[in-house]
Design a protein around this ligand. Structure first.
Ligand SMILES: *Cc1c(COP(=O)(O)O)cnc(C)c1O
Ligand code: SF4
Length: 338
């Protein structure tokens, strides 16, 4: 027998899983025992944002349920092609905020680094679905230009790895980046925004855990689960060693019509997250990106829902209801108490 180390086994697992994700709508619908042409979608939704669903995530969906809340997050629908006033290609004006080199600096002390264009899953509501990733140099080759930029701004104490999804990168690429960041003295905190653990838990492999455990940074891993069915025992098992290293685990989610806009769903999500060691951080209002209008929940309904959540949940399990407004100096919290 060849003595594989557990880390090389794990690495093979997640990369293999990623390579065998569903990219063909027919195959996904066959697997789910659903009719073709469900909700009128084609695999690309008529645009350049193709279907992608890891088999693990598809396995959490209920077979035969055309309105499964996990399926609806990834299913291209004919509705995506309907133009709706107020929904645009770049609702957050990110293209104006970026400094080049893949860096977005909007808020005091924090810089967000777009590390890659890829994600393990393609979420139809994604506000970056039209982002011109190819214009960002950080995505090609080394990290040097991004690192020089960060090094030249002593006002930056926190770096947020985003994308796309930073955990689409190999451990080697991530290690390169994190070691480069460690050499910049004024950076104290590192945050990783990722949906990968939720859709491909095997990504949290030994090599990644070691990398995160060894860094000098105060670390925060912000996952992205929208529905209690995404918070599984497998996720819990994979997050456990990360918890043990003392990394802060948070969740952000997006409020999505017919998916998680019911009180019961939100309460269950927050309680389940805590049961696996994750605190709810943000509940985002949908960013008005073209093709996602069918997911939109109005700010009035969102406030009402949040108020009901506040009446039920302990304060520490209540996510902040937030909205991003281009040009503002922080995310905007929707206040309830007036
Ligand atoms: C959301 C975001 C952050 C982080 O904001 P917090 O309120 O600290 O979570 C930082 N930079 C950019 C560009 C962002 O979009
Ligand atoms: S994982 Fe995040 S960045 Fe990627 S498609 Fe989904 S919401 Fe967008």
């Amino acid at each position: 027998m060849i003595p594989f180390s557990s880390s090389s086994l794990n690495r093979q697992n997640w990369q293999h899983e990623l390579a065998t994700a569903f990219t063909d709508l027919k195959q996904l619908l066959n697997y789910l025992e659903l009719p073709q042409n469900l909700h009128g979608g084609t695999a690309t939704g008529g645009n350049s944002f193709p279907l992608r669903v890891p088999r693990y995530f598809a396995g959490l969906m209920q077979k035969g349920n055309a309105n499964d809340p996990l399926l609806l997050q990834v299913l291209p629908q004919a509705l995506e092609n309907v133009a709706v006033a107020g929904f645009s290609l770049d609702p957050l004006e990110d293209q104006q905020a970026h400094m080049g080199n893949g860096i977005l600096k909007k808020y005091h002390g924090r810089a967000l680094l777009i590390t890659t264009a890829s994600c393990a899953v393609h979420c139809r509501y994604c506000f970056r679905r039209h982002f011109p990733y190819q214009q960002h140099q950080s995505l090609r080759g080394g990290w040097q230009s991004a690192l020089s930029r960060l090094a030249s701004d002593p006002g930056i104490s926190e770096v947020i790895l985003s994308g796309g999804d930073p955990l689409s990168l190999s451990n080697e690429r991530l290690a390169d980046l994190i070691h480069g960041l460690e050499r910049i003295e004024h950076i104290q905190r590192l945050r990783i925004h990722t949906r990968t653990p939720v859709v491909l838990p095997s990504r949290l492999d030994q090599g990644l855990i070691e990398l995160l455990a060894q860094t000098r940074f105060s670390l925060c891993l912000v996952i992205h689960a929208n529905h209690p069915a995404e918070v599984t025992q497998t996720l819990q098992q994979q997050l456990a060693p990360i918890r043990c290293t003392g990394i802060t685990l948070l969740n952000q989610s997006v409020l999505l019509r017919n998916i998680n806009d019911q009180l019961q769903t939100q309460v269950e999500l927050c309680e389940k997250l805590f049961s696996i060691g994750v605190l709810p951080y943000y509940l985002h209002l949908l960013d008005k990106v073209e093709g996602a209008a069918h997911f939109y929940v109005s700010s009035e309904s969102a406030r009402q829902l949040h108020r009901s959540m506040q009446a039920i949940l302990p304060g520490y399990l209540l996510p902040r209801l937030a909205q991003e407004i281009p040009g503002a100096d922080s995310k905007q919290l929707l206040q309830n108490n007036v």
